[in-house]
Design a protein around this ligand. Structure first.
Ligand code: G6P
Length: 369
């Protein structure tokens, strides 16, 4: 097992550090900005179903559901197709409306999650075309879908998903870019810019991983907290949910992720001098709005930890701790901004003596409902 961990103390840490490679593995042979080449063999003739879809329904659970939420923003922005992201367990039991022209994308690392599989079967029985975005080759979900694309992240052993998440985002972005180009809902220039930016992601993730020592200090400061709040807006809202989920899963600290603007409708009541609040506040179209949300937390003496874009001058002045990640187009930022949150939860869990790779009560793959 020590050999399998490749010198890392836990599988989770190894998998976090593997991400520059797993993301490039995921893009290999599929994307080349120099030639403008973008292909996903597994979509086959079904790609036109997506191009002509009236609506996309994304079904998933856990971290995969968070990847679906990021994809909702991406598909709506660039493909102009309405997207609904569903917890598979809710979708399957509520007699959902599935119409002709709806296309389902099922996301699953293991390809074995019982609720997701059942949601697929239900949508199929109503005549929908189903795409799979899975990591484990030959698992049940890819076999049940009409077409799909593998994430090629390699085996993920840590129960808390890390590299599978960033690989899911990579594949979903590629699918959306293919569809946007075919539909003509993206300009050639924007398409090209995004391809170039996608290719820079592994190096940017590599740079974000260099924050590891700095994040250990933050972890040490907050390891005894009983609650955490994670706030983000736009593309970084699902990242806030994922950051909170990572912390709960492995450190057993209660954590909530929220859209920053929704804070005033509830979570703000929780803020006092004991409450660490993690803002994912990179430079994007909602930057100014999130700055005011930080001020609201500061005014209530909350302890602000911010993930910002390198070179940000304003937010560090308002934060007790600042984590700087490299700049990238806002639609691609989740692949970078999630990295420090994975590391933060990992170090807090280790410092609390938790079993990081096999947290209590959780399973890697949930094959029962
Ligand atoms: C379990 C795992 C999570 C995962 C979720 C969905 O809860 O512990 O890490 O996100 O299942 O799994 P899937 O394999 O469908 O992505």
């Amino acid at each position: 097992e020590a050999i399998e961990k490749g010198g890392f103390e836990h599988f989770m840490l190894k998998e976090i550090f593997e991400q520059p490679r797993s993301i490039s593995d995921c893009m290999r042979g599929r994307l080349d900005s120099a030639t403008g080449r973008l292909v996903l063999g597994g979509l086959r003739e079904y790609v036109n179903k997506l191009v002509n879809a009236d609506r996309i329904l994304i079904v998933a659970c856990g971290t995969s559901w968070h990847a679906g939420l990021v994809a909702e923003y991406f598909f709506e922005e660039f493909c102009r197709i309405p997207v609904e992201v569903e917890y598979a367990s809710e979708f399957r039991y509520r007699n959902p409306v599935v119409r002709e022209g709806d296309v389902v994308i099922a996301i699953s690392q293991s390809g074995e999650t019982a609720d997701t599989l059942a949601a697929i079967e239900l949508a199929k029985s109503k005549g929908a075309i189903i795409f799979g975005v899975c990591n484990v080759v030959g698992s049940s979900i890819p076999r049940a879908t009409h077409a799909g694309a593998y994430t090629h992240a390699g085996p993920e052993i840590g129960v808390a998903s890390t590299k599978a998440f960033t690989a899911q985002l990579t594949v979903l972005n590629l699918i959306a870019l293919i569809v946007a180009q075919k539909k003509g809902t993206i300009t050639e220039q924007k398409f090209h810019e995004l391809l170039v930016d996608m290719e820079t992601i592994p190096a940017k993730v590599e740079k974000a991983l260099k924050l590891n020592d700095q994040i250990k200090v933050i972890a040490d400061t907050f390891k005894d907290a009983s609650n955490f709040l994670y706030l983000g807006r736009g593309y970084n809202f699902p990242v806030a949910l994922e950051g909170a989920l990572k912390l709960k899963e492995i450190s057993y600290i209660h954590a909530e992720g929220y859209p920053a603007a929704e804070m005033k409708h509830g979570p703000i009541a929780l803020i006092d001098q004991e409450m660490p609040v993690v803002f994912i506040a990179t430079q994007d179209s909602s930057y100014e709005k999130i700055v005011s949300n930080i001020q609201e937390v500061k005014a209530r003496k909350g302890r602000v930890i911010s993930v910002v874009t390198e070179g940000d001058k304003l937010i560090p002045k308002m934060s007790e701790f600042t984590i700087e990640v490299p700049a990238v187009h806002e639609a691609l930022m989740p692949m970078v901004s999630v990295i420090p949150l994975q590391l933060l939860s990992y170090h807090i869990a280790v410092m609390r003596g938790c079993n990081v790779d096999q947290p209590r009560n959780l399973a890697k793959s949930v094959t029962v409902e």
